[in-house]
Design a binder for this molecule. Sequence first.
Ligand SMILES: NC(=O)C1=CN([C@@H]2O[C@H](COP(=O)(O)OP(=O)(O)OC[C@H]3O[C@@H](n4cnc5c(N)ncnc54)[C@H](O)[C@@H]3O)[C@@H](O)[C@H]2O)C=CC1
Ligand SMILES: CC(=O)C(=O)O
Length: 304
Amino acid sequence: MKVGVVGAGLVGATAAYAMTLRDSCSELVLVDQDGGRAQAEAQDIAHAAPISHGVRVESGDYAALEGSRVVLVAAGANQKPGEGRPELLDRNAEIFRQIIPQVAACAPGAVLLIATNPVDALTDLAVRLAPGHAVMGSGTVLDSARLRWLIAQHAGVDATNVHGYVLGEHGDSEVIAWSSATVAGLPVAEFMAARGLPWTPEIRAGIEAGTRGAAASIIGGKRATYYGIGAALARIVERVLGDRRAVLTVSAPTPEYGVSLSLPRIVASGGIEASVLPNLTDEEKTALERSAAVLRASVARLGL
Ligand SMILES: NC(=O)C1=CN([C@@H]2O[C@H](COP(=O)(O)OP(=O)(O)OC[C@H]3O[C@@H](n4cnc5c(N)ncnc54)[C@H](O)[C@@H]3O)[C@@H](O)[C@H]2O)C=CC1
Ligand SMILES: CC(=O)C(=O)O
């Protein structure tokens, strides 16, 4: 159960660390254009192996990806404070044109998991650059976790007992599917009423803003986000390796919308087995159309 990580920066290394501590795989290989960094990160993470699950952690070149069941791609520029994800598109697309064909050649049969931003457009690009590979982007798995955490904070319950999906773009146009969000199996408003907790349009708007603005807020404070995404990536990898058929809001080409975006998807060993569109209100459907239009414009810039 070998996993490759291309891009051993904050996100790639944190995901590798999360996979090591969670026993997500048996072997990890870190690849980066900065070979010294990949080697140092692999060594540092490997020191956690004897006191966790014994995962073998190494660094290498592209050829070392051979035999990987999943290759996580987290190489490329991240946002500076005040910068948006779309501003990374041209720089990171150029990097993808260099690295994805090498990944595809060296790890035939691997599922490619894209984390680099803007993740939806780069998922579309990776699909074109790695024909025959199953490709998915981390999409709104992180945003859905942020939403669930914020609702849980207000509801006063364990965040794992909150369910809810963020759909569409991993970015400003993302859609919070309130109509299908639940706490302890109840629609959010019903749970709050049952517990005597306030649930006003202002509280809901605050949770939406907290979900959508989380990355900017964290980047403003410490220049990058990596723990939440590291855990999200480890979770996705585990679900693929274990053929778990977990429902995760990963990003993938979506014919109905003509672009890669996030919907709840059943994730199995071969990648995405099926997509499930929750029942949406008319307002949510319109917002999802709008999000898809934003993404189509972004992909058009790449000439795809
Ligand atoms: N999908 C999501 O939810 C999230 C995505 N990200 C994205 O992940 C990406 C990585 O972010 P960080 O790890 O913080 O950046 P970082 O700067 O810490 O790491 C990036 C790594 O990519 C490597 N790299 C650059 N060009 C390369 C090439 N041609 N070949 C191989 N390696 C190359 C660099 O040497 C560096 O080690 C960014 O695009 C960021 O926006 C970050 C957080 C969440
Ligand atoms: C950086 C980024 O995409 C995030 O933390 O959501």
